[in-house]
Design a protein around this ligand. Sequence first.
Ligand code: NDP
Length: 340
Amino acid sequence: NREWHLLSRPVGWPKPEDFALVEAEVPTPGEGQVLVRNKYLSVDPYMRGRMSAAKSYVAPFELGKVMQGGAVGEVVESRAEGIAAGDHVLHFLGWREYAVVDAKNAVKVGPTAVPALKVESGDVPLSAYLGVLGMTGLTAYAGLLRTASFKEGDAVFVSGAAGAVGSQVGQIAKLKGASRVIGSAGSDEKVKLLVDEYGFDAAFNYKNGPVSEQLRAAAPDGIDVYFDNVGGDHLEAAIGSLNQGGRIAVCGMISVYNNTEPAPGPRNLARLIQTRGRIEGFLVGDHYDLQPQFVQEVAPWVASGALKYRETVVEGVENTLEAFLGVLRGDNIGKMVVKL
Ligand code: NDP
């Protein structure tokens, strides 16, 4: 049973020396617990925050201890009612091969466990519960529909658009009647994918020129919604292109996660006055009441192919750190997962 420990708090970009893959005993489940053999581990940008000591909405990872994260696995031993060996569960003890999970923190997944999926989407891969039908999917759904108050006819701009959250934001907006969907991403290959496969109306590579100019060209009539995954010059550009009554949902700011100094803020905030614009941050954890509605609406789109998704799958627990660093670098298309 191998598990990843955090040895020291990274300064700037995390370095391999900050972590160790440690050999540990396979744990034994107690009363009310299950032993899970993890099959997919989630690596997510927010984990960078947990590697720091700074107070935040989730506690920092503890030094010298195994890290945590979303995971899906197979129950190999159960001492809990309602969960049997052979069941698949979603839980929060990732970054390891085997986990003992309290039954109350394990959610059964798979077509037999989620009736809406059984009926509507057949057999989705287990990894989908970490991505398109999981945390990142709900983030896209809640952030767009609730925080950004999306409505039919809105022109929507999303950054990080080829990533797990961003690709779903753009497609949900299209499916719900956006007048125009624009995405930005960090490679020409990703930009092509957005337009050709995901049906975005326009997309650009933010590395090819100033974001504000590229956004103005892609959205000559302005934008009503900006879904921010990136921060920095993307946010300033979005404020610059915001229409009257525009809304900005701040989901993430990945461009600053490895900064050692605070990044400068947008210089054009005064535009929010004339546009009556609104900027609002949100956390997916506050929106789990939308989960049933999200699954009911999105699972059929996934099943029919109306909503497309990709995953970047890295193999082997020993490559989990590389996979995590890959997300920060932009190696991934769609949700990055580690397959064990
Ligand atoms: P992604 O799958 O989008 O992966 C992250 C992507 O960010 C990379 O693929 C990379 O793509 C892009 N990126 C990296 N550095 C930069 C940079 N400097 N400027 C612009 N883009 C960059 O991850 P997720 O979909 O899981 O997460 C997307 C965002 O949503 C993150 O900011 C994350 O923190 C946030 N989030 C927030 C939640 C909440 O509750 N508020 C919940 C879940 C996620 P590229 O090649 O395009 O650069």
